[in-house]
Design a protein around this ligand. Sequence first.
Ligand code: ADP
Ligand code: MG
Length: 277
Amino acid sequence: MEEFILRVENVSYAYEEGAGMAVQDMNLAFRPGEMTAVLGHNGSGKSTLAKLLNGLYTPTVGKVTVCGMDTALDEHTWQIRQSAGLVFQNPDNQLVASIVRDDVAFGLENIGVPSAEMPGRIEDALRDVGMLDFIDRAPHMLSGGQKQRIAIAGILAMRPRALILDEATAMLDPKGRREVFSVVERLNREQGITVVWITHFMEEAARCRRVIVMDQGKCVMDGTPAEVFTQAERLRAMRLDVPPMVALGDLLRARGLRIPREAMDIESMAREVLACR
Ligand code: ADP
Ligand code: MG
């Protein structure tokens, strides 16, 4: 197996000649099966990075590779789009057809999948996101969370190695947010799909195994949630919060309870608090 699914080497990106660098001197690599959260204040370069990672943008300086393929080479364009799918924030801008089935088929047609193979792929993808029962429904009648899961199915049908989600839950209600995050978490766990989860929800980041923080176009922190979220002062300086359970853990420790720093989500916090009795 290759060492890296997505690789960013000395990459800078400017939207226009002479403009400032939206991404600057970035070096990053994502291994097969990793699930990484990317945090950063507005304008820190997260969306630019997302588009660099699937070849929608090509670097002004440096090199991005997807499964070893250089995104700057035209000959790889389709295979790269197929290998690293990008999900955007607004579910309404991503659905193109009037029936769910056709929407999931759209990408497959683009990459020239034989039509006999399509129904099976579409059904597998919809089953994977828990939306198979909606195959004949109209996407515009669905909730935001359901629409995002259809958008994810459209990518899954292409059998990607990586999913890049750019604030895919930002416009959803809490229920939709949980649905979409759990689906992606499960795809990562069960199918080993490499996930780059861009978010401003700290509780989501706390559930990823790796957390990257961007500031002014640079990657300034990269570690486990425990390594990143224990640096509350540094995060605050970048106008970021710590996850709610990390803040709660700090308060409880200050009052003498022995809560390990690794307890960063509601479940593990509940377990630790009960164990204190
Ligand atoms: P984030 O997703 O973290 O909010 P972006 O990647 O969207 O950050 O933006 C990084 C920088 O690039 C910001 O300074 C932003 O103003 C600039 N930028 C983003 N999109 C464009 C664009 N289409 N044209 C020019 N500048 C842009
Ligand atoms: Mg953005």
